[in-house]
Design a protein around this ligand. Structure first.
Ligand SMILES: CC(C)(COP(=O)(O)OP(=O)(O)OC[C@H]1O[C@@H](n2cnc3c(N)ncnc32)[C@H](O)[C@@H]1OP(=O)(O)O)[C@@H](O)C(=O)NCCC(=O)NCCS
Length: 201
């Protein structure tokens, strides 16, 4: 019991441990209230956080001090970011529900030592402005996603850079198209009908 207490004291003596405790308390608050309190209380733990960032329920981050997000970013429900190697997310980017973004790997080359004892390698993940990452995509260490790109749901994206405005899909993710205006825009919802308070969510 004393050992557990010592661990707890150590946990809350470091910033990431205090964030983990706060995350446990706030992550499941629903609705606009939940979004507002997570934005306010998590802010100080991020590497940096822009204005109007939306953090949905059950968002998890490790090494949040290495997570840098721009204005208007949406972090989806049950999204999980391991930012040990640094993760930067540009303005107005949408990270869909269940997305995982990882910036560290286990070292594993030496077959005579258990992998869990070989330490880690770190690779920064850079995601540009106005990117949309669909549900349950997995973004690997070293990924670089250009401005305006769309990553299809369930994609597994490695370290190969994705050029701006491309659409990628699959495992491994490949370019399947590019964003461009074709035909009418009549299917898009009229955003002015959405109440102002919720229009950013
Ligand atoms: C990227 C996306 C928007 C593309 O949608 P779209 O423009 O309607 O494209 P389509 O569904 O017509 O697919 C175009 C082609 O790409 C392929 N494709 C699309 N998504 C794919 C995927 N995840 N894996 C493999 N291929 C895929 C389709 O099979 C199709 O191939 P075909 O032309 O040979 O038939 C859509 O696939 C997607 O992932 N949406 C995200 C949904 C989501 O996660 N919502 C959560 C809200 S944040």
């Amino acid at each position: 019991m004393l050992k557990a207490l010592r661990y707890f004291i150590w946990d809350i003596s470091v910033k990431s441990g205090r964030y983990a405790l706060l995350q446990m308390l706030l992550k499941d608050f629903p609705g606009l209230f939940g979004i507002e309190i997570r934005r306010r209380f998590y802010r100080r733990y991020f590497g940096s956080m822009g204005e109007d960032v939306v953090i949905h329920q059950d968002f998890h981050a490790r090494n949040i001090h290495n997570l840098f997000v721009g204005n208007g970013v949406h972090l989806g429900e049950s999204c999980f970011i391991q930012a040990a190697g640094k993760v930067s997310i540009g303005e107005n980017t949408i990270i869909g529900p269940g997305v995982k973004i990882w910036s560290q790997n286990h070292q594993f080359k030496d077959p005579t030592i258990p992998i869990k004892e070989q330490g880690y390698t770190f690779k920064e993940v850079i995601i540009g402005d106005d990117v949309w990452i669909g549900a349950n995509a997995f973004i690997m260490p070293g990924a670089v996603i250009g401005k305006g790109a769309v990553i299809s749901a369930g994609s597994l994206l490695g370290g190969k850079p994705i050029p701006p405005y491309k659409i990628v899909a699959g495992n491994p993710a490949r370019i399947i198209g590019k964003r461009e205006i074709t035909g009418s825009k009549s299917n898009s919802q009229n955003r002015s009908e959405i109440p102002k308070i919720a229009s950013n969510i």
